[in-house]
Design a protein around this ligand. Structure first.
Ligand code: ATP
Ligand code: MG
Length: 318
């Protein structure tokens, strides 16, 4: 596997109004070229922060006191401004959570596409055609298009330069589910055509199951379970993954009770002493609250848990 993106033990903190929020608490993830990876987890788990990190696109209020981020082996957090600008332009692309907000309200769509395509010689109308939008959209301003159209424009702009890595942050605001599926299908189809690696930040476990080879489950700013999607969804080993699956309305069969995860996700101010899920975990034991879990790997799966749901035969005794 060629390491396209490597995130290693990253801590990210936002400072707002004299308060510190630790959004990433030692997050680690390795993504190979051409892979499709879904990042799932409840709101506030740190998905967007992790995605933005890949392009050093965090707001000024954010700092990263610990960890490394490599794209193509280049240290993203330390690169000179011209180098990071080149990396963003030539290798990376982002579909933001709020595509209308990310478009420039004062410029027509056509002008924004031409700016995105600068130097490639590509035709903006052809780009729109790839995302099933007619050429008339070139003349429109962002406020004149629907949320679904803005998503398509965002996908077109992101794919314009055939990026090596696409970070797609799923809109949490309700798009019509059929429109949403169409846009995702477009995005993954274009990515497959261009050999683009996809990091899809999502709330949709079923969708990740259908579209991504690997899944990383985030909780409290760390990746608590990661592995081949089919394996993780069929036999989750972290109690949080298990709880998320039990709370997923799309997966619950008729007549089965939909479980919610009791309690709320944490907002961290610093490093918690033990497992951050312990407060909500049904399998909690004394060590969970006292000892911070370390990453362990078995059977192609990475896990941060003292007492996994099912023991893996390859796993050595603790
Ligand atoms: P969602 O599913 O709602 O998009 P997320 O998993 O993307 O959530 P993040 O947006 O990365 O989560 O947020 C992680 C934590 O950091 C949360 O506690 C959030 O409130 C906080 N946070 C995110 N952005 C900022 C910011 N700009 N300023 C202050 N705190 C922030
Ligand atoms: Mg987000």
């Amino acid at each position: 596997m060629t390491g396209l993106l490597l995130i290693e033990d990253v801590v990210t903190e936002y400072r707002t109004g004299g308060r510190t929020v630790r959004a990433l608490d030692g997050a680690s993830l390795a993504v190979g070229a051409g892979e499709t990876v879904g990042i799932v987890g409840e709101s506030g788990s740190g998905k967007s922060t992790l995605g933005l990190l890949a392009g050093r696109l965090l707001p000024r209020t954010a700092t990263c006191p610990r960890g490394r981020v490599l794209v193509d082996g280049q240290p993203v957090l330390e690169l000179a401004d011209d180098k990071i600008a080149a990396l963003r332009r030539e290798r990376l692309a982002f579909v933001p959570q709020d595509p209308i907000g990310a478009l420039n309200p004062t410029l027509r769509i056509g002008r924004q596409l031409r700016l995105a395509l600068r130097g490639t010689g590509a035709d903006p109308a052809a780009l729109l055609d790839q995302v099933r939008l007619g050429p008339h959209v070139l003349r429109l301003y962002p406020h004149q298009i629907s949320g679904g159209m803005a998503q398509r424009v965002a996908v077109a702009m992101a794919m314009a330069r055939k990026p090596a890595l696409l970070v797609a942050d799923e809109p949490t605001a309700a798009l019509d589910s059929q429109v949403r599926e169409e846009i995702l299908t477009l995005l993954f189809t274009l990515a497959a055509e261009h050999g683009t690696t996809v990091l899809w930040l999502s709330h949709d476990l079923g969708g990740v199951g259908r579209r991504c080879e690997r899944v990383a489950v985030m909780y409290g700013g760390r990746i608590v379970e990661e592995g081949p999607t089919a394996d993780v969804l069929a036999a989750p080993r972290h109690p949080y993954t298990e709880a998320l699956l039990a709370a997923d309305p799309a997966r619950v069969k008729d007549g089965t009770r939909l479980h919610t995860i009791a309690g709320t996700p944490p907002v961290l101010a610093g490093e918690p002493p033990g497992c951050v899920f312990a407060a909500r975990c049904g399998a909690r034991e004394d060590d969970c609250e006292a000892v911070r879990p370390q990453t362990r790997t078995a059977g192609g799966r990475t896990l941060l848990c003292h007492h996994p749901v099912t023991a893996h035969p390859e796993e050595t005794a603790r």
